[in-house]
Design a protein around this ligand. Structure first.
Ligand code: ADP
Ligand code: MG
Length: 351
């Protein structure tokens, strides 16, 4: 049988880990990225560097790839849609249109009768001031933000007056949630009502960037089952194929709110490489390539720490114990707060 060649848009660490999982399944990968220093270059069978608008590269990519997926959600919808007209893109590009816009995303979640924090679309200073009842709040660009980029904390009217809003940019103002906890649920949907779901993961962020994740999450049974039900409902409604992550807030009243949906493999699920029989990456590939769904099970409890910026230097020298795993993303340049690698510790499950 001919080997499957999976096209992956984007070449960051998520792309690298997808390529590694593909190799395990004897699937070839062709990565297309607009960054010549992409880490995934080292792990893919073929690497294309160009702007995503390059027609020649587009033709080459669509000719070589049997199926196409992506590792980051900020790829313009038009490009995904055009690719999809030639070779199937999974998850479907229409999903991205909703999820890459924080306003449409929250509208969608609320339409499923799932709560989010209160929010308003903001186009200018006047909008901001007339929605001051939401303060303290987070102002975020409606599109293109990640890892805290494009986010501003606004505590009072003075902050609203002082902030510089870019012209022609839509923002969302989100009422600040008093966080008791953050959790995420990673689900891989294969087809209608067919999923593999990882147990909820407990997350800690620093400066809006994920720092630490662990399983099991220290949460109530209700939050455990409710978050899984919500993730199922969301993936079903989106007719999603592949791995998806739903990020949740648990507020000071104990309410479970959806923070955001990531239509891709997710940083909080990196531990699944070591904690489960099948990782979130392998499951994504299995689902988008139409391979068999295998029941997942947990081998170990796990804790994952993100390695940011210069922290990578000491990890490179760290002596690892048998239950410790260090992943170096092989990024060429160390930048402050940049995700450079991650560290996972696994531990026996004590029932
Ligand atoms: P990103 O797309 O960068 O992951 P998020 O919207 O998930 O952006 O925000 C990153 C983190 O910032 C959240 O996980 C949370 O810790 C904090 N945060 C964002 N929005 C809010 C909010 N409305 N209330 C409280 N904390 C927030
Ligand atoms: Mg997030």
């Amino acid at each position: 049988m001919k080997k499957i060649n999976l096209g992956i848009l984007g070449g960051g660490q998520l792309g690298s880990m997808l390529c590694m999982a593909a190799k395990k399944l004897d699937i070839d990968t062709i990565v297309w990225s607009d960054d010549p220093t992409s880490p995934a270059k080292e792990f893919s069978n073929e690497f294309i560097f160009s702007d995503y608008k390059d027609n020649e590269k587009f033709n080459h990519f669509t000719k070589k790839a049997d199926k196409i997926t992506f590792e980051f959600e900020n790829i313009p919808f038009d490009i995904l849609d055009k690719l999809n007209s030639i070779k199937e893109v999974l998850p479907k590009p229409q999903i991205n249109k909703i999820v890459q816009n924080r306003i449409l995303e929250k509208d969608f979640v609320n339409n499923q009768n799932i709560k989010t924090t209160e929010y308003k679309k903001i186009c200018n200073k006047d909008d901001l001031i007339s929605n001051a009842h939401l303060l303290p709040a987070m102002l975020k660009t409606a599109t293109l933000g990640y890892d805290g980029k494009g986010q501003f904390k606004l505590n009072n009217l003075e902050d609203c007056k002082n902030i510089n809003l870019s012209k022609n940019t839509n923002y969302i103002l989100e009422k600040m949630v008093y966080l008791k906890k953050e959790i995420s649920v990673i689900i891989t949907r294969f087809k209608k009502y067919e999923y593999e779901i990882y147990e909820p993961i407990e997350n800690k962020h620093e400066d809006q960037i994920l720092k630490f994740s662990k399983i099991p999450a220290n949460i109530s049974k209700e939050h455990f089952s409710q978050s899984i039900e919500y993730a199922k409902k969301i993936s079903e409604k989106l007719d999603y194929i592949g791995t998806l992550c739903v990020e949740f807030f648990i507020d000071d009243k104990g309410d479970l709110l959806v923070n955001e949906i990531a239509p891709r493999v997710h940083n909080s699920g990196h531990m699944t490489i070591n904690s489960h029989n099948i990782s979130q990456f392998e499951n994504h590939i299995r689902a988008v390539c139409g391979l068999e769904k295998v029941k997942i099970f947990k081998l170990y409890n796990a804790e994952m720490t993100n390695i940011l910026g210069k922290e990578i230097i000491k990890f490179k020298e760290k002596k690892l114990k048998d239950n410790e795993f260090f992943f170096d993303y092989l990024k060429k340049e160390i930048k402050e707060k940049r995700k450079m690698g991650h560290f996972t510790e696994i531990n026996k499950i004590n029932d």
